[in-house]
Design a protein around this ligand. Sequence first.
Ligand code: FMN
Length: 208
Amino acid sequence: MPTLLHIDSSPLYGLSVSRQLTGAFVTQWKSAHPNGKVLERDLTATAIPPITAEWVGAVYTPEEARTPQQKELLSLSDSFLAELEQADEYVFGVPMHNFGIPSALKLWIDQIARVGKTFTYADGTPKGLIIGKKATFIVATGGIYDAHTQMASFNFVEPYLRTLFGFLGLTDVTFLTAGGTMSLNHGHDRDAFLAPHLHAVQAHVQTM
Ligand SMILES: Cc1cc2nc3c(=O)[nH]c(=O)nc-3n(C[C@H](O)[C@H](O)[C@H](O)COP(=O)(O)O)c2cc1C
């Protein structure tokens, strides 16, 4: 059964552009995969603690030697890793915050970037362990950061996510960006703004 992992990270819910677009992606994906399964992970609604020295200690303790407390410390990370493992495809909703990704998504990344689980240096060189999966990142930005413009170098969202997930072995990635959402605060009609982005999402799901 094909499985999609749907991860959102915007705190704006009903006002969120990225959530509306990932929602459209999921609807389209379900109609293309009537027997498919969707795992939902809302990072704004998930309490994810920052990593601590104890957490790092637990990660670097061999699995068979971990104390019950160390196992408990890693349990949230383990459940995120199980979702990544179970799904064949991922769709992420990513609002740009302060030129980068939102902190909820960074906290999640810190939980899933785990030596021996999603990457290894076993033979002396880094090797990603998230193999054979596809990801779509649907990014919403207030400003416009088109390639070859002066603003492009301010966009740390796409370069960071490409680098990080590439390191973890996930290279089949597509970025769909809705740039210029701040125009919605200045009277731009929401449906008119979203129409080309909804079309791009639909066209992308059809090619998958
Ligand atoms: C805390 C915060 C920080 C933001 N920082 C930026 C920024 O650095 N650059 C930008 O273009 N837009 C910025 N924005 C605007 C968001 O990128 C924009 O509202 C986008 O639509 C967010 O996605 P969402 O609608 O899915 O929440 C920021 C918004 C918030 C709430």
